[in-house]
Design a protein around this ligand. Structure first.
Ligand code: PLP
Length: 455
């Protein structure tokens, strides 16, 4: 077996890690962790640490680590049929079963599911389907996609453009021209402190309408949004936001893509975030919770209105030229089937609602009054604590001080993983949906101690 030092050296010399400061890592100045195992809400590493994972990996290990049912389903699938493609009507028992299970759980009005590998490619699929749709309808100009600042939709060319975070654009020549951004429904950072939630929803609507007016509705194909903004800061929308936005989209014949990569399959205490907020999307993007990350798999769920046009399109033009080698990979599909069964049998959607509400309440009570906590917010098994320099003035820390990252580091020393969200001093929590109340208490206790230590 390799020693820890050997592994660390190979890692620095060979492995280009995603979302990492490459130069610091290569010089050995950035943290390294070699993860070896996991059980429930905890992971273990080569240095002998056992850490409570308050972020479920990257909000994806929803059923928790070490689920033997899923491991066995994957092993059995690999033995029976490790791979066959899904082109031209081919499938496997696992992929067909999973398609039925996804559609049985999908919000009303959805017609079919397309399987890919991860959230980014599922969004790419959805954007292509939107463009195809408008071409079939004879509206070749109607192609632009509206996304929100602080939205996160992936880091490919189109999806990185949709993502409304500067880090993902800087020096990559993004966003592409077809993507335009509008206001994030981020009430805490409203432009004027005297605005009520209702005023702020009105402000977001005005911004959207002005953008549509400026660009021309005949050039805008779709609006994409996460039911709750995730990577942009874990921000639930103010009351009435989605109803008001959907009314504008309908008035201008603009499709809605609900990016449910984080919220899909239970995280908000409902099967989909669309159910939670009454969204009526034309397309849904999902990934993470579909397999709880036991294997890579995504699902683009297509609404009936789109589906009718897609069928018409192939009658007129032949085969839809879109597919990946690994679309509906049987091993991913087997993981998905076992995962969804486990979510049902363990009642994890309900647990996300109840323990998630408990986590949010406890967090509010423990740190909500701290002089440097500006906002504690969340929904279901999502929670965020926003740190500020001055709470009354809503003045933020200078980004270079890295206060959020310092609190996260202090938490890690105490054995709890939180995430310093990439824009602002925001501590993010998205634990596995199987979190217990005791584990929620531990997260809260460590957060409070660490904030007290750093601030
Ligand atoms: N959409 C949302 C809402 C996400 O949070 C993410 C990833 O965090 C993605 C899309 C991209 O998914 P992936 O990283 O699997 O490509």
């Amino acid at each position: 077996m390799l020693t820890n030092d050997e592994l660390a050296k190979w890692d620095r010399e060979n492995f280009m890690h995603p979302s990492t400061h490459l130069a610091q890592f290569a010089r050995g100045e950035a943290p390294q962790r070699i993860v070896t195992g996991g059980e429930g809400a905890h992971i273990t590493d080569r240095d002998g640490n056992r850490l409570l994972d308050g972020f479920a990996g990257l909000y994806c290990v929803n059923v928790g680590y070490g689920r033997q049912e899923i491991a066995e389903a994957i092993a059995a699938q690999a033995r029976d049929l490790s791979y066959y493609h899904a082109y031209a009507g081919h499938g496997s028992e696992a992929s067909i079963t999973l398609s039925k299970m996804v559609m049985d759980r999908a919000p009303e009005g959805m017609a079919r599911v397309y399987f890919g590998l991860g959230g980014s490619d599922a969004n790419e699929t959805n954007i292509k389907l939107v463009w195809y749709y408008n071409n079939i309808l004879g509206r070749p100009k109607k192609k632009k996609i509206i996304s929100r600042w602080r939205g996160y939709h992936g880091s490919g060319l189109v999806t990185g453009s949709l993502t409304g975070l500067e880090l993902f654009h800087k020096k990559f020549d993004l966003p592409l021209d077809q993507v335009i951004h509008t206001e994030a429904p981020y009430y805490f950072r409203r432009p004027d402190a005297s605005m009520s939630e209702g005023d702020f929803v009105g402000y977001c609507v005005e911004k959207l309408e002005a953008l549509i007016e400026a660009e021309g509705a005949d050039t805008i194909a779709a609006f994409i949004g996460e039911p709750v903004l995730g990577t942009g800061g874990i921000v639930p929308p103010p009351a009435g936001y989605w109803e008001a936005i959907q009314a504008v989209l309908e008035a201008h014949d603009i499709l809605l893509i609900a990016d449910e990569v984080v919220t899909g399959f239970g995280r908000l205490g409902t099967m989909f975030g669309s159910d939670h907020y009454g969204l009526k999307p034309d397309l849904i993007t999902s990934a993470k919770g579909l397999t709880s990350a036991y294997a890579p798999l995504s699902a683009s769920i297509v609404g009936q209105k789109m589906w009718d046009v897609l069928e018409r399109g192939t009658d007129e033009n032949g085969v839809l030229g879109h597919g990946w080698t690994y679309s509906a990979h049987p091993i991913g599909a087997a993981a998905g089937v076992a995962n969804l069964k486990l979510i049902d049998s363990l009642g994890l959607v309900e647990n996300a609602g109840t323990v998630g509400a408990y986590l949010n309440e406890r967090m509010q009570a423990a740190v909500g009054d701290h002089a440097h906590v500006g906002d504690v917010r969340g929904e279901g098994m999502l929670c965020a604590v926003e740190l500020v320099a001055d709470r009354d003035a809503r003045r933020f820390f200078d980004a270079s001080e890295g206060k959020g990252a310092k609190v996260v580091a202090a938490m890690l020393k105490r054995g709890v993983i939180a995430r310093a969200m990439p824009q602002g001093d925001i501590l993010g929590f998205a634990p596995p949906l199987c979190l217990t109340r005791d584990e929620a208490d531990r997260i809260v206790e460590v957060t409070a101690e660490s904030i007290a230590e750093v601030l």
